[in-house]
Design a protein around this ligand. Structure first.
Ligand SMILES: Cc1cc2nc3c(=O)[nH]c(=O)nc-3n(C[C@H](O)[C@H](O)[C@H](O)COP(=O)(O)O)c2cc1C
Length: 492
């Protein structure tokens, strides 16, 4: 797809990236009415490990404070260290190119409207007055979940802010970096006992029109309806007017990334009929055979031994590990992390089986021989197991595969989330590319959170696609790497 590392190195030498080119990290609107957040201290419960990878079925609406917490602990600034603003979720190159919008009816404390979430000012800025949820529902071909949700969060990507450094690979980062935010958001929503679904079937340009953005410059990525009400949103009387709000920073058209534009266009849906057809075709496919876990069974930590830290505290304490000691982690911690990470995501295109398949390079896990394993997952007990592919000491190989970064070699485990892209594209059409990347990233985001909840460290890492696939050999035939998460004991 043209998004691999150029000549096996991180940055394209023909398009150098200098620190002085680092774009602004925030989309800043001018002169819009604002609603300032009042977050207060992090909640002491429920525990992070009870929320990560789980979904609630409760039908209720969030109030303003609940919505603020969801946004803050997904994409807000959670701490400042030496003037550097840390965000709730990890992001490639700390470039923070993903933007969040709120489309809501009236909820307690907040008027109906379309808002932009401004992490820098910790506030919502109103782009449109009134209830425009039916416009979003129409863009998603009458999606019932969107129609009944009091609030829907819209994810977009101002992709030039990432592509200026990573060039075409930024299209993967669209989904990786929205996936880590989404992992936090879904866990937050569960911890606040609300419903959430990830909706990927929508007319890209219609969602962009509602937000007042150019869909080729700022890419709509996902809709996340939150909460549920019995009565559906009512259609607004008048036609949706065009809006053209002013913001900074703009590229002024100087930057062009044709590979990204082309892939995004090819994976876009252009009218509600094509959305309906896509959702219909995607959900009617059969599940395929059930997986049996017949390798080494993995036992997670018993409930009584699970750390009880709350999700909000875990997110506040999170930060990608910058170095790992070579110390081992325990097998039950690894099992618990994998258990929370590899879970089905509730979506509009759902079959039960996850698109991602998981392989691990074990460098140092107590009671587990170093080597390469496939993680087996079943919907029945025993849920998790390991299939041994190759035993051996692969620290230097793991570092090499992670684009020659020591973090890969020093980690206790490298978790590779892989996907059969050919099969995914056959099932979901071109848009399947987005789903495969996003699902893997959400799972890795859950893995990130679970690692911190379990008292170990983690970081996303980039990788050399072809070499990983060669290294895994026949056992991962046809699979492509989507995301690499390295987990280990942080070096002080
Ligand atoms: C998908 C993804 C890939 C990443 N790749 C690397 C990497 O190759 N090397 C690295 O040192 N950090 C990597 N990171 C970590 C980011 O640099 C880090 O998230 C960012 O600097 C923000 O810091 P924080 O996660 O501590 O908040 C990656 C993060 C993500 C989400």
């Amino acid at each position: 797809m043209g998004t691999q590392h150029p000549d096996g190195v991180l940055l394209d030498s023909r398009r150098p990236y200098l620190p002085s080119m680092r774009p602004a990290l925030y989309k800043e609107y001018k002169d819009l009415p604002s609603v300032a957040f009042q977050i207060g201290a992090a909640a002491g419960e429920p525990s992070a490990l009870a929320a990560i990878g789980s979904f609630s079925d409760e039908e209720r609406a969030p109030d303003l404070n609940t919505l603020e917490r969801i946004l803050h602990y997904s994409a807000g600034i959670t701490k400042k260290i030496r003037g550097y603003a840390f965000r709730a979720a990890a992001c490639t190159g700390a470039l923070y190119h993903i933007e969040l919008y709120v489309v809501c009816g009236k909820i307690s404390g907040l008027d109906a409207g379309v808002y932009h979430f401004d992490p820098k000012g910790s506030q919502l800025l109103r782009l449109r007055e009134g209830d425009h949820r039916t416009a979003l529902a129409e863009a998603s071909a009458g999606n019932e979940t969107v129609l009944h949700a009091p609030v829907t969060i819209v994810y977009t990507d101002v992709y030039w802010r990432n592509a200026i450094k990573y060039q075409a690979r930024a299209y993967r980062h669209s989904f990786w970096d929205s996936g880590t935010i989404l992992a936090n958001m879904l866990a937050m929503v569960k911890s606040l006992s609300l419903r959430a679904t990830v909706v990927m079937g929508f007319v890209d340009k219609d969602v962009a029109y509602l937000l007042g953005i150019d869909p080729m410059e700022e890419l709509p990525l996902a809709l996340v309806p939150l909460g549920a009400e019995a009565a559906p949103a009512q259609k607004a009387g008048s036609k949706l007017a065009e809006i053209d709000p002013d913001w900074e920073p703009k590229t002024n058209g100087r930057l062009e990334f044709p590979v990204v534009s082309r892939i995004h266009q090819e994976t876009s849906l252009t009218n509600p009929d094509s959305v309906s057809a896509w959702v219909q075709a995607s959900t009617s496919k059969s599940e395929g055979p059930k997986t049996q876990v017949n390798g080494l069974h993995l036992n997670t930590l018993p409930d009584s031994a699970l750390p009880k830290d709350s999700l909000e505290r875990v997110i506040e304490g999170r930060g990608s590990s910058r170095a790992f000691s070579r110390d081992p982690i325990t097998l039950d911690r690894l099992a618990t992390l994998l258990d929370r990470s590899i879970r089905p995501i509730r979506t509009d295109y759902r079959r039960l089986k996850a698109l991602a398949q998981t392989y691990i390079i074990v460098n140092a896990v107590e009671s587990l021989a170093p080597g390469v394993y496939q993680v087996l997952v079943s919907s029945e007990e025993p849920r998790l197991g390991l299939h041994r592919i190759r035993l051996g000491e692969f620290r230097s190989r793991a570092a090499h595969l992670a684009l020659n970064q020591a973090l890969g070699g020093d980690a206790a485990v490298n978790i590779y989330y892989m996907s059969d892209l050919v099969e995914t594209l056959r099932t979901y059409g071109e848009r399947g590319y987005r789903l495969a990347q996003l699902e893997a990233a959400v799972m890795a985001g859950w893995g990130y959170l679970a690692a911190y909840a379990l008292g170990v460290g983690a970081t996303g890492l980039t990788f050399l696609d072809g070499l990983v696939e060669d290294f895994l050999g026949d056992s991962a035939d046809g699979l492509k790497v989507m995301f690499l998460l390295a987990v280990g004991v942080p070096r002080k």
